[in-house]
Design a protein. Sequence first.
Length: 388
Amino acid sequence: MDTKLPVDATHLFKALQYQLLVAVDHCYALEPHQSLWLEVYGDVTVSSKTQVEVKFYSDNLSDSHSNFWNTLKNWLHEGFDHKAYQTLLLLTTQDYSAQTALKGWNERTALEKLGVMQKIFDATKGKLGDDGRDDVKPSKSQTLLQYVMANERRDDLLEILARMQITTGAASLEERIHNFKTIHLKPIRESKYQNFIDDLLGFMCGTELVRMGWKITHKMFTDRLSELNKLYMKHPSTFPPLDEGALKELIKNDEIESRVFAKKLREIGAESRLPKAALHLLIAEHTISQLYEEGVIFKSDVDRYLSNHLVKHQDSRDLAMLDCEDITCEKELKTRSMKFYLACHTLAVDQFCNFENTRTEFRNGIYHMLADEQPEDEQDTFHWRLWN
């Protein structure tokens, strides 16, 4: 369906994403003692520095556009302390309209800005209503201009104009996302760009943050960046996250039955362990495949890890078999083999390629990868059974 319905509110969510990306830029510039607020004092607010009104619009910014006059009205509110900020910024994706008197705004003094606004206001005086009658009430736009230009607010208005800057033609949503990737994500794996951005924007509008006043401190933002960098950097130290539920859906029981690792479990009477073993094997295979694709590891890294576990396992098995030399009872041999199997699964996990907290499920999956192989040299065959 390409036709947009009246209930389509996707633009509102894009506007929120845009505001969050503007806030992210300001978070990167926070000093250790500073904090940022969203929607508390305005769209984006940096303590003692900047208050930003963010407008995500496609039409042009004209003399009487509500984005300009509403912004001033908000800053003139008696509860807003404009003196607390060095800069009051109207940031909009709009361009100036061709004939607007607002062009060159940032180069003007407060009095010059007021002069421009006075001319715009004077041009609206005496205008008739929409139906041409003189006795109709002022339009919504005229009422807005009258509020901002009222004599009783003139001193506050001049102080606001001295601080006010306008940024027009601000980067689009797509451009901001592209710029963010280009500037901030160089240390991140390219395949994880979207994860990084989604996680960061999720943090920016997290339910707990909103509940506590939507305040983001320098430390909070820095800590979150550190977590995401650690998780998604090109040479990560944190073990990759796993979606076990999704992996379970990929397991096909009829295909598992014929696998070599499954036969080796059945021969020691460990059929009940087969579903978990299949999941652990899939976790290991999926993780390795994912890290291969992202260029984080190489085949030599995996071969080394597999080889180390094979050597340790064979020595452990030989040791366990010494205690079984005089045992001929098949049931007892299977029981001891099962104990050996469980003991191997409780061993401390060796780190995989220096990943912190390498998951036990991954290491167990490595065992089953080895058990599933049929090496050229029979002496390298991986077994759970404690008999030849």
